[in-house]
Design a protein around this ligand. Sequence first.
Ligand code: 3PG
Length: 213
Amino acid sequence: MTPNAASNHIREICARAPILPVLVVHKAAHAKPLAQALVAGGLPVLEVTLRTPAALDVIREMTGVKGGIVGAGTLITPQDVKSAKDAGAMFGVSPGASDELLAACEEADLPLLPGAATASEAMRLLARGYDMLKFFPAEASGGAPALKAIGAPLPQISFCPTGGVSLQNADSYLSLANVICAGGSWVAPNALVQAGKWREIEALAKEASLLAR
Ligand code: 3PG
């Protein structure tokens, strides 16, 4: 898959909902009810971070949930790409980008949302053909004003800001011309997941799904 095709695909996926839940799931048993709650709440696109031993099993379980589009986050190495693809991930997300990671995703046909925090990082990815990027870490990198400023000279790049995005500040990002969606973990707080409070998670998802773009 070419970088350009990957970005086009990711752009379509990101257009499905204003918020992309960033999930850190510790138990495979939580995967299905969690995905069902988020999808029912109106957030069909799910990023399962490869930060827990259960993550690949979680992806496998979630791919069986109707209406969900499940991707793997925190891709760092080519092995991560292979594992994510084998588990059934439909897309990948990375906090930054390395040539090895980009090549692995392109070879594996795994559309990637690569991370960039500066104009130079964004330009390097653009030169390779990626024009749909994750702005990470969004709040720590200057937040919506920084992303707006990057958009002035680089309007051809679209972003999914992630990192410190919340229900309170999501509007400031979603109102920018260069933002398609935003990523956030607040819709699936660990305490609610551990307690199996799926109705409450569905309500959080619903609230997030109604954010205007
Ligand atoms: C992450 O990589 O953990 C994401 O950026 C999520 O950040 P958040 O927990 O601040 O939403």
